[in-house]
Design a protein around this ligand. Sequence first.
Ligand code: CAA
Ligand code: FAD
Length: 379
Amino acid sequence: MDFELSEEHLAVQEAAKDFAQNELLPGVIERDNEQKFDPVLLRKMGELGFLGMMVSPEYGGGGMDTLSYVIAMEELSKVDASASVIMSVNNSLVCWGMETYGTDAQKEKYLTQLAAGKYIGAFCLSEPQAGSDATSQHTTAKEEGDHYLLNGTKNWITNGNSSSVCLVIAHTHREKGHKGINVFIVEKGWEGFSVGKKEDKMGIRASDTHTLMFTDVKVPKENRIGEDGFGFKFAMSTLNGGRIGIAAQALGIASGAFELSLKYAQERKTFGKPISEHQAIQFKLSEMDTRIEAARLLVYKAARLKDQGKDYIKAAAMAKLYASDVAMWVTTEAVQIHGGYGYVREYHVERLMRDAKITQIYEGTSEIQKLVIARELLK
Ligand code: CAA
Ligand code: FAD
């Protein structure tokens, strides 16, 4: 597998780095403290094409490959993982699912807006009692004439407040198990749709995470994606790609912490020399860089397989499992290298450590990634 980046990939990397360093970095600590993402930055992300990178130009997207997307995800995540989770959900869960399985009319109406960042999307699978065990959800959609009547509660929804369009996964025929699940495009503002509690989180604090409630929401039949009963397969298939995005986010968080640590280790002096001259610190830096490089290869491999139209379920799960552990380990070491300064907000690494943790939990916990890998190995 050739990992030489093309001119186009290098240009994407440069553009993403430029945006991250010049636009995201200046207010990142304040946004984390205030738990708010700046709408002006979100608009810029849309204008620069970060919100619909892989969407076909026919629908206003960038028409780029998955490798370009993960390269951009890494650069943004080095600085601001709240920005990159917004980007990740919009690109790989909402736009990709809609473009791959939606009707022309759905794409015209919604995808064009989502790809341009005029609408922000949310992906609503999890419920209070149904996270890893996704089929045990309680939300129902009852067929009534030309529409479905949607009832239930989704929680932990990224972009829960800022989104205009939600993909909601619900049971239509509970007795059919996962084959009785469907996915619907639901607009904010429809009667009976309300936004609930905002979560006060450990990390990715500028990304809004909310509970969403649906009470007799009328969803037109044309807003169902795919054949009747396709909803669970839709969710699983969309999450396969989503996991590559989160793996890239984890990779970026780790790389960001490593770059800060490498610089700091050469500046900070103890016992008359930079701490980078103490072998204990050198060994940390060596191991951090090695693990990051291994994570990058797994992430790029999963992206390449997806771009080549090959099976990438196992590769995506492996990339997310490994990169998220690397992010957690590297960021913890980064705080250690920074000593007491690492423990305070100003030096960024404590935020990166808090942000790293979520990558082992969402879009399937590490335990679920192992389960996915084992099922692929044994099938
Ligand atoms: N890709 C494609 N199809 C898949 C699949 C995959 N990775 N995993 C399962 N399926 C299919 C199976 O083939 C099966 O279909 P058939 O019956 O036709 O063969 C069907 O789905 C049901 O599969 P299982 O019997 O294996 O289902 P299960 O109930 O045992 O659950 C699971 C499997 C892998 C644990 C699944 O429930 C899962 O992935 N859970 C984690 C949920 C998750 O990742 N949630 C993330 C929410 S979004 C989010 O988190 C966003 C964010 O933070 C930013
Ligand atoms: P549980 O499923 O209750 O798991 C608890 C523990 O048990 C975990 O360690 C888990 O790995 C382990 N476990 C469970 N089952 C097994 C098993 N079979 N074998 C071994 N171990 C097991 N969801 C969405 O739908 N959309 C979103 O946009 C979204 N964004 C999120 C943002 C944040 C900040 C957070 C925290 C969550 C988000 N989620 C979202 C939900 C997320 O996907 C779930 O939290 C995650 O899938 C785990 O589900 P759970 O929290 O119910 O944990």
